[in-house]
Design a protein around this ligand. Structure first.
Ligand SMILES: Nc1ncnc2c1ncn2[C@@H]1O[C@H](COP(=O)(O)OP(=O)(O)OP(=O)(O)O)[C@@H](O)[C@H]1O
Ligand SMILES: [Mg+2]
Length: 269
């Protein structure tokens, strides 16, 4: 389905992503972990084409999306929607309009200019907000919502594009633990119920092992681990984060990971 082949990004002499390769052969939820500066954001940004690769390729369903331009590139960005740590909503605009912004790639300039949204799109936006448990906030300005609610609006905006892949760059880094859980559960449901692939950069090992089927570990631009949460032992974690990093056995034990993980419907895959 998705083939990342020798993807590389250089910033001058600095190699931010170094020959990264992996294959996603069916919808799944993937967590990317690694220390600050490991190249996680750069990898996602290249996949979404926010940033151009220096080398290598991104193949989705036999289509090379690495060097698409113009309309074709915008279409890919709809198929492969991205959400961010800081939500990137328009703060003074109401929630439902923020969600409808997710259709911008598909609309004419005139329609956009006059804020003309088809009724069916408005209904769909409300349905998506309802699914995420925030329909009651639809008329409010985005800035009036809590961080967790704003991130769910950003997820709704992404879903409005009906993407096959959702890329999430540290989606819960600005949230308290309860909101973090709500947002991660929402992403998990989107994978399980819709069969969309979710690839999330995550700060903590625990979150990755709790919600993801597969974990990719990056260190200094390279992929140094690619496996299941159960394979993510303390030794592997040290490899990813560097020898000096400290991990409690509890944080990396397979039992804890298995117990904490929400019930999964793998049949849906
Ligand atoms: N626009 C840029 N110009 C120059 N160097 C950059 C740019 N973006 C990223 N880098 C460098 O690329 C490397 C990887 O950065 P990246 O932001 O991808 O790391 P990260 O794993 O997402 O880190 P964090 O956990 O802090 O978000 C770093 O050395 C960073 O300084
Ligand atoms: Mg980052």
């Amino acid at each position: 389905m998705l083939h990342i082949e020798n993807l590389t990004k250089r910033f001058g002499a600095n190699v931010a992503v170094d020959n990264a390769s992996f294959v996603v052969d069916r919808p799944m939820m993937i967590g990317i972990i690694g220390a600050s500066g490991a190249g996680k954001s750069t990898l996602l940004r290249m996949m979404n084409r926010l940033s151009d690769a220096s080398d290598g390729s991104i193949i989705f369903k036999d289509r090379d999306v690495t060097r698409l331009q113009g309309k074709a590139k915008r279409e890919w960005q709809s198929e492969c929607a991205m959400i961010f740590q800081q939500f990137n909503l328009v703060p003074r605009m109401d929630v439902v309009s923020n969600v409808l912004h997710g259709t911008l790639n598909k609309r004419s300039t005139m329609a956009t200019l006059f804020n003309l949204y088809p009724t069916e799109d408005i209904h769909r936006a409300i349905e998506i907000l309802d699914r995420l448990g925030i329909a009651e906030h639809a008329p409010k300005r985005a800035e009036a919502l809590s961080g967790g609610q704003q991130q769910r609006v950003a997820i709704a905006r992404a879903l409005m594009q009906d993407p096959q892949i959702i890329l999430a760059d540290e989606p819960i880094a600005s949230l308290d633990p309860m909101n973090a859980q709500i947002v991660m559960e929402a992403l998990r449901r989107i994978f399980e119920e819709d069969g969309r692939t979710v690839i999330a950069n995550l700060h903590t090992l625990d979150t990755a092992r709790r919600y993801c089927d597969r974990v990719i570990g990056m260190r200094q631009g390279r992929i140094v681990f690619d496996g299941t949460p159960d394979q993510l032992t303390t030794g592997v974690a040290r490899d990813i984060y560097g020898a000096g990093a400290e991990f409690s056995e509890e944080a990396t034990s397979t039992e804890i990971g298995a117990l904490d993980r929400p019930a999964r419907t793998l049949e849906a895959v």
